[in-house]
Design a protein around this ligand. Structure first.
Ligand code: ARG
Length: 460
């Protein structure tokens, strides 16, 4: 196998070492982007008068044919080449001879690999965003069908206050919506043209980089050729956006694993998305959710791995940077897979209304009891103490607020009137909330309308 750099050496490269260091096994995924970058580069060389128009056209024709062949037959994009850039150039030269050998004039693989990865992310991020919209759609669907059903919300994983089940589902949609925007920002960061940077110092040919940027759909030009040759901030930003989305999916999975479990059973997992045990006949395991939770560690590993690889690099391109691609590709695949599973699991959940609602009562109403006293003029801190003492007593007696007689209420405070009975219920607690982000039915209905309209617009 001849490399792009064989002239410098007296001996052939050690085959095993070359193969070990080859990135073609994974960067073949950049094939389309590499050809797109080369097509634009050929046009830029022609505009600069470096390539005669006839040769540039021949290069374009041949690259276009190579692209079509690669698209039609993925098996075509294979060979003993060092990387995808070497592969595309080898085929071009095999078909075109010297004209093909002129394509790399004024260009380096250092900037080529950067432009490819930037084009790739620009091309692929919208599919991840669309998959996020589908999970949000499934969550909004569950929120809609939950109607006025109630459940407890937790802090410190102890029952805290009653909320609408719809509010719980929308609570998992909200971070995913931020993930959508974060991915858009990662895409925006990738949107800068590194070509024109050469290997490190720029290029000696009068390339119109602004025209080249327009040709490739970039809105910005890299500011500094040294920086451009090793800038992988955009890849790290992408990995961060993916990791945070995975963290959100993982937390949602954890909630569902627990709340679908036997102790809670607020929701029932679809049988088709659960698994059994080889030994224990009774088991219905939430494997898909556990895998989503587990794979979030893998995405985080890719982010930390890339940051660690970048941390000690001297400026300019270093081969360590080749490690960016397995991280980016696997993070992308991991998130895509998890989003698709999450959408199915959420859509397949059945709400167990009576169990969820029954758990939304009892001591969860203590804040509402304190608020009742505040309504009668008691300072909140004082009300908190009075209700705290009442809770202490009820817990010791194994009773709940609803069991209190009017006399017992009055014993706790003269200010408790007959209306306390209807004021201290899970439904009244939810209805009493006033802020737009709260679980009040009006606020939740508005939030559901808002996210549904957003999803419809984002998905189109
Ligand atoms: N496969 C290499 C990478 O992924 C391409 C760039 C190679 N550049 C170089 N100077 N060896 O980074």
């Amino acid at each position: 196998m001849t490399t792009l750099w064989s002239g410098r050496f007296a001996a052939a490269p050690d085959a095993a070492t070359l193969e070990w260091g080859s990135s073609f096994g994974f960067d073949r995924r950049l094939f389309e982007d590499d050809v797109a970058g080369s097509l634009a580069w050929a046009r830029a060389l022609a505009r600069a008068g470096v390539l005669p128009p006839g040769e540039a056209q021949a290069i374009e024709r041949t690259l276009t044919a190579i692209l079509q062949e690669g698209r039609a037959n993925p098996g075509f994009v294979e060979g003993p080449d060092e990387d995808v850039h070497s592969f595309v150039e080898r085929i071009l030269v095999e078909r075109l001879g010297d004209a093909g050998r002129r394509l790399h004039t004024g260009r380096s693989r250092n900037e080529q690999v950067s432009v490819d990865l930037r084009l790739y992310l620009r091309r692929r991020i919208p599919a991840l965003q669309a998959a996020i919209v589908r999970v949000i759609g499934a969550l909004a669907g569950q929120a809609g069908s939950a109607g006025d059903a109630l459940m407890p919300a937790f802090t410190h994983f102890r029952p805290a206050q009653p909320v609408l089940v719809a509010h719980f589902f929308l609570a998992h949609a909200a971070p995913l919506r931020r993930d959508f925007d974060r991915l858009a920002r990662a895409r925006d960061e990738a949107d800068a043209l590194p070509l024109g940077s050469g290997a490190i110092a720029g290029t000696s040919y009068p390339i119109d980089v602004h025209a080249l940027a327009r040709d490739l759909g970039f809105t910005r030009i890299a500011a500094n050729s040294i920086d451009a040759s090793s800038d992988r901030d955009f890849a790290a930003t992408f990995l961060y956006a993916v990791t945070l989305a995975m963290v959100h999916l993982s937390r949602m999975s954890e909630d569902l694993i627990i709340l679908c479990g036997d102790e809670y059973r607020f929701f029932e997992l679809s049988d088709a998305l659960s698994t059994g045990s080889s030994m224990m006949p009774q088991k219905k395991n939430p494997d898909p959710l556990e895998l989503v939770r587990g794979k979030s560690g893998r995405a985080l590993g890719h982010l930390v791995g890339l940051l660690a690889a970048l941390k000690g690099l001297p400026s300019g391109y270093n081969k360590d940077l080749q490690e960016d691609k397995p991280a980016v590709f696997d993070a992308e695949d991991t998130l895509a897979g998890c989003l698709s599973i999450a959408a199915s699991v959420v859509a397949g959940l059945t709400l167990n209304r009576s169990r969820a609602q029954a758990a939304a009562s009892g001591m969860l109403l203590a804040t509402d009891v304190a608020d009742y006293l505040v309504g009668r003029g008691v300072p909140f801190r004082r009300a908190h103490e009075i209700v705290g003492a009442l809770v202490h007593r009820l817990v010791a007696e194994g009773r709940e607020f609803t069991a209190l007689t009017p006399a017992e209420w009055r014993q706790a405070s003269e200010l408790f009137g007959a209306d306390v009975v209807e004021r201290i219920t899970p439904r009244a607690s939810v209805d009493a909330k006033q802020t737009p982000q709260s679980t009040s039915p009006g606020a939740v209905a508005a939030a559901l309308r808002d996210i549904s309209a957003w999803a419809a617009a984002a998905g189109s």
